[in-house]
Design a protein around this ligand. Structure first.
Ligand code: 5RP
Length: 229
């Protein structure tokens, strides 16, 4: 694991499950890189490992590679790897890579465990082509089996959203609480997150939620084409 750290004092992430499988996927992604490309990098362990593999290829083969990232985690890693970092939303990457928490048989994705869903949707919407980096455990029969639906909400909209969630079919929901600070998690875009559990994610749920004042984004990715790595 020491290879994955920029320095002994900059240890991110702390541990990665299924490391070997994910590194194989990352190597396949890095093999696609060509000199001079601008590449979008999502968030989470798979995206992080892809970034790391790209950084190593760029260094070993003296390739000029620029990246645009959807989280502090991958931005900081990109800088430590010596890659050029561009501002999300200001450029259109030729291709991008991101992970997911769940993938259903219709290629709908559930994302947002890492709190980067809003920025990830900007990345997915601006990249010309997206590649999905997941291990086989992410393929499910129905979204919401193992993960809640994250809903990114401005702090002033939390009360209104909480009042509505039960009638929208949520079995349970909670404000996501931080691990390394007191109080709630702040997303990559500085908002709060409500994690909502659904037995079935009803059709149109994403649009209904987005109509509510204060809701910034949901972790449902429907109609976002990708190629699996
Ligand atoms: C972060 C995300 C991640 O892409 C998702 O959680 C997958 O993470 P990992 O690659 O660690 O399984 O949506 O907001």
């Amino acid at each position: 694991m020491t290879d994955l750290y920029a320095s002994p004092r900059l240890r991110w992430p702390q541990s990665i499950s299924n490391l070997e499988q994910k590194q194989e996927v990352a190597a396949r992604a890095a093999a696609r890189v060509k000199d001079g490309q601008l590449i979008g990098i999502g968030s989470g362990s798979n995206a992080y490992l892809v970034l790391w593999a790209i950084g190593q290829r760029a260094r070993d083969e003296n390739l000029k590679v620029a990246v645009v990232c959807s989280s502090y985690e991958t931005e900081t890693a990109a800088l430590s790897l010596g890659l050029q970092l561009l501002q999300l939303g200001s450029v259109k990457p030729l291709w991008g890579v991101d992970g997911a928490d769940e993938v259903d048989p219709h290629n709908r994705l559930l994302k947002g465990r890492g709190g980067a869903l809003f920025k990830e949707k900007i990345l997915w919407s601006t990249a010309e082509q997206m590649y999905l980096a997941v291990d086989p455990t992410k393929y499910v029969e129905r979204l919401g089996q193992g993960f809640p639906l994250p809903i990114e909400v401005h702090r002033d909209g939390v009360g209104l959203l909480s009042d509505k969630l039960e009638s929208l079919g949520a079995r349970d929901f909670e404000l996501r609480i931080a691990g390394g600070k007191d109080g709630p998690v702040l997303t990559e875009a500085g908002n709060l997150l409500i994690d909502a559990w659904f037995d079935q994610i009803p059709e149109g749920l994403h649009s209904t939620l987005k109509m509510l004042p204060g809701v910034i984004e949901t972790g449902l990715f429907e109609g976002y084409p990708f190629q699996a790595l």
